[in-house]
Structures are given as C-alpha cells and as structure tokens.
Design a protein around this ligand. Structure first.
Ligand code: ZN
Ligand code: FE
Length: 256
C-alpha cells in the first residue's frame, strides 16, 4: 500500500481544508469544504481528480461549499449520519464503527459529537492520520454548541485513546489563542512552556502549527488532562471527576 499524500489548504481566515491522495488508486478525498476556489486550484495544481468529500460536521465553514465542489468534480459526498439532513449533497451517511475507503486505505469513523451532535472524525490507523474537524484542536477543543459537556468529554477520550504518534489534522489554526489560555490552566507544565515557545516562533513566521500529534496533545492540551494533579490543584477541584474538571476548563475557555 503506497503512502497517502496530504495537502493542507488555508481557507477563509483560519480554516484548514485537506486533500488526501492515494497514488495507487488515483482517488482523492477532500476533508470538509471551507472554500471552493483554493480547493479546486490545489486539485488542478496537483493534477488530482476529486473522488470524495468527507465531511466532519454541518457548519458552513465545513460543508458550505459541498454542492459547488460536487458540481465541479462529480465527487461522492460522505458525511455524518447524525446530521445528514444538514449536509448538502450527501450521498452516504456514516457514523461510529463505519469504515470509508480511499483506494485500499481504510478510515474508521469515530463519533465525536459535542461541538455539533453528529460530528465525526476519520481515523486511518495504517498511516496514523486522524481528521478531526472541530472536535480536537492543537491545545484546544471545539466549543460545545449542540451536545453536552459529558458528550464532548466522552468524544475527546476516544481521540485521546488513539496511538500517541497519530497525526491530528484539525480544521482551524486556533493554536496561539489556545496556548494563551492553556498557560492559565496548567502554568507549571514544562512541556507546555516549551510548546508555547515553538508555537510563538512558528506563528511569528506565519507558519501553521497544525497538524499536531496525539502524544503532544496528551502532554500539553489542558482539555485532555483533567486527571492531572497540578491542574486539579490549580482549579481547586482535587476530588472532582474528570468530566467535571473538563467542563470547568471548557467553561473558563468560553469566557477567556
Ligand atoms: Zn464547527
Ligand atoms: Fe469550524
């Protein structure tokens, strides 16, 4: 099985769209459709033909250009079953436990609801890639718009359980703002301090901080660390459950 080729495309003010291409089958999938022109331009530049759109959730900056891109390419659209009625042009609805393929490459669908109720992520175990939309961000997580805090925490635990070396392709460049918040929750974490320095340097040169890795997030992302003794002490929540500590961190970020 040949390696997948991945193109990261800056869209709108802070979105990332992704193309993944399997040279063996010639198939190409687009993860979400934040903008039409940059995605079609990149396809043309690479000489790739779009076979699929894989949507993560229904928000406009993720599925809003589905129809334009489908019309231009004739691709098939795969999206979350839990919000299929809100995914323009959807051909196949998938949910937790389903599998989608790009050539011989297999992506497992994870339900990571919370940001939206039906939000899904695509995990390709063989190549250690995960496309997570607005569920997990570098040093952050999605705002809980439609689901409950408990649902979001359960979703993040699924992502946290992926192998540490899994590359995580988030849908937004929110890392600098997330870093500023993380420092207020976990101020004594040396891994976080080092990472913030790296992020500051990258952003100063307008370089992306995405993709990230599960292992790095486990070490530094406060939303994946509600079990950490220092964070609990800092929040004065020593005896609370992980879900309660997560909910407190998410609530603080909402008003940060
Ligand atoms: Zn969203
Ligand atoms: Fe978004």
């Amino acid at each position: 099985m040949s390696n997948l080729q991945i193109e990261q495309i800056s869209c709108l003010s802070d979105n990332y769209g992704y193309l993944i291409h399997d040279p063996e089958s010639g198939e190409t999938a687009c993860i979400d459709t934040p903008e039409t022109a940059p995605i079609l331009d990149r396809l043309a530049q690479k000489g790739w033909v779009l076979s699929h759109i894989w949507n993560t959730h229904h928000h406009y900056d993720h599925a809003g250009n589905n129809l334009e891109i489908k019309q231009a390419t004739g691709c098939q659209i795969i999206g979350p079953a839990g919000e299929a009625d809100k995914i323009p042009g959807i051909d196949r609805a998938v949910d937790d436990g389903d599998m989608v393929q790009l050539g011989a490459h297999k992506a497992h669908v994870l339900n990571v609801g919370g940001h939206t109720l039906g939000h899904i992520a695509y995990h390709l175990p063989a190549t250690a890639h995960a496309f997570v939309g607005d569920s997990l961000f570098a040093l952050g997580c999605g705002r809980v718009f439609e689901g409950t805090m408990a649902q979001m925490w359960a979703s993040l635990q699924k992502l946290a359980a992926l192998p540490r070396q899994t590359q995580v392709f988030c849908a937004h460049e929110y890392t600098a703002a997330n870093a500023a918040f993380a420092a207020t929750i976990d101020p004594d974490n040396p891994h976080l301090q080092q990472r913030i320095a790296e992020i500051t340097a990258l952003r100063a040169q307008n370089q992306p901080t995405v993709p990230t890795e599960i292992g790095r997030e486990l070490d530094t992302n406060p939303f994946l660390r509600p079990d950490d003794a220092n964070i609990r002490q800092h929040l004065n929540m020593i005896d609370a459950s992980d879900a309660e500590v997560f909910a407190e961190i998410r609530a603080r970020k909402d008003s940060f």
